[in-house]
Ligand binder design. Structure first.
Ligand SMILES: *[C@@H]1O[C@H](CO)[C@@H](O)[C@H](O)[C@H]1NC(C)=O
Ligand SMILES: *[C@@H]1O[C@H](CO)[C@@H](O)[C@H](O)[C@H]1NC(C)=O
Ligand SMILES: *[C@@H]1O[C@H](CO)[C@@H](O)[C@H](O)[C@H]1NC(C)=O
Length: 438
């Protein structure tokens, strides 16, 4: 239906008004008016339909819009919460944005539980489960037979066998007294077994670190002395220093002046000088040694004749100028320096301990040759001094030094120009050897 133009509808109304107000002889007859009214009725119907159709389209558009708005995601997360490395493990990957991955590994001797890889998901959470590094236990496979108790050590395991069994896996029957690694007659190191009735039979077991002992009627769980089990072990000692047996387990201890490292078995020297735990008085210098410290204040060589020294720094002395014709003064050391080293006992040899070199003063030609030697303190032949390159000599320890002890060795470097002696420099190397080989 073609829409009616405004002009046409105006005409229509004009016609109607005429029909109502004008006398019948000048106006349309009744038949004509009925026709016009029908036409108007039709027109209104058309308008009504178009209006309804418009409303329907608008409603449908509104519904679509409402639908899509409700489905719209809430401000999508762009990253996941930070994840740390597990204890005894390492995390690889530092980005925490959606789609990024982080990976985990565990230190040697630990195995990974949980997810090795985690992905930051679209909803801002990490995939997988949290990662932990657990101490590796070779005991997981129950390698000990005949009721033997598996004792996990460092990268290895041992079976501690009940009485009447022996062998690496308790496979051999024997008749012996209680094994030496068992802590007997100490209530603190005993536990009651946990027993359960299964099919009219009593089954008892001990906690980890304990083993079953005694008769079937009166059995008891006795502590396994892990320190004893691994006492003479060549495959890697449980503890770097000392093993302390505790009920169900063991711990390592370190000598005083050392601290236990997070691995639970190694010891590290405490640097008392760095941590200000020393009581060195003014004028002395703190030198950290294995397990302790020393307060040092080196003294310059005594004056004799025309030769005298002045301290130019806490560890350096310089000779005062010599009279021109005093040969003994010129031959005495031009400089004397002091060096302190702390070594573990029985350090593997050969070991280079110290290097000595010359440096020409700016604007002066340096010496054209150098000679190195040991002046004193080497009566037992622990050291050699040798040239390592044209400008440098090095002090090498050639025999292991067993601690605790202190050794002092004087090394010298003589400078020559065109084969004429110029000056001698002396370095006193003082070595503190700790009582321990760590
Ligand atoms: C995040 O999405 C993952 C997979 O798309 C789903 O397994 C997990 O349950 C979701 N977490 C939350 C809190 O919505
Ligand atoms: C520092 O203290 C120790 C004991 O802690 C003591 O034996 C030593 O004499 C003291 N040294 C000085 C220089 O006071
Ligand atoms: C010190 O030097 C002077 C010359 O300046 C000399 O006469 C004297 O003998 C020297 N003394 C010694 C002890 O060498």
């Amino acid at each position: 239906m073609a829409p009616l133009s405004p002009r046409r509808s105006f005409t229509c109304i004009g016609i109607l008004a005429c029909a109502l107000v004008l006398p019948p002889q000048t106006c349309m007859d009744k038949h004509q008016v009925v026709g016009v009214l029908r036409q108007m009725e039709k027109f209104l119907k058309g308008q009504e339909m178009r209006f309804t159709e418009g409303l329907r389209i608008m409603k449908s558009k509104l519904a679509t819009l409402q639908n899509s708005v409700s489905k719209m995601p809430q401000a999508a997360p762009t990253s996941c919460p930070p994840l740390g490395a597990p204890a005894f493990g390492t995390k690889f990957g530092s980005k925490h944005f959606v789609g990024h991955e982080v990976h985990f590994t565990c230190s040697q001797g630990y195995h990974l539980a949980g997810s090795a890889t985690r992905v930051c998901q679209d909803n801002g959470t990490w995939s997988g489960v949290s990662t932990v590094c657990k101490v590796m236990s070779q005991c997981a496979s129950n390698p000990c037979q005949n009721g033997g108790t598996c004792v996990a050590g460092l990268n290895q395991y041992r079976c501690t066998c009940p009485q009447r069994w022996s062998g690496s896996h308790c496979q051999h029957p024997t008749q012996t007294a209680p094994p030496e690694w068992s802590v007997v007659n100490d209530p603190a190191f005993s536990r009651r077994p946990r027993c359960a009735q299964v099919n009219q039979e009593q089954h008892c077991s001990c906690d980890a670190g304990f083993h079953m002992s005694g008769t079937t009627d009166s059995s008891i769980c006795q502590d396994v002395n892990e320190c004893e089990v691994y006492r003479l072990d060549r495959g890697g000692k449980l503890c770097l220093h000392e093993c302390v047996n505790v009920p169900g387990s063991y711990r390592c201890s370190c000598p005083s002046g050392y601290k236990l490292l997070p691995d639970g078995r190694s010891c590290e020297d405490v640097d008392e000088c760095l941590s200000q735990q020393h009581n060195c008085s003014r004028g002395t210098t703190c030198i950290n040694t294995g397990g302790g410290f020393q307060c040092v204040s080196p003294e310059c060589p005594r004056s004799h004749g025309n030769t005298s020294y002045v301290k130019t720094s806490p560890f350096q002395c310089e000779r005062n100028p010599c009279p021109m014709d005093s040969r003994s003064c010129h031959l005495s050391p031009k400089t004397m320096s002091f060096h302190y080293l702390s070594l573990p006992s029985n350090l593997k040899t050969p070991a280079t301990l110290f290097r000595m070199a010359t440096a020409a003063a700016p604007g002066h030609a340096g010496p054209d040759s150098l000679r190195f030697g040991i002046l004193g303190g080497n009566s037992r032949g622990f050291f050699i001094m040798q040239r390592s390159d044209r400008q440098t000599g090095e002090l090498i320890l050639v025999q292991p030094l067993r601690g605790p002890q202190e050794v002092s060795v004087d090394v010298d470097m003589s400078e020559y120009s065109e084969r004429i002696f110029q000056a001698k420099h002396v370095a006193r190397v003082h070595v503190f050897v700790s009582p321990y080989n760590f």
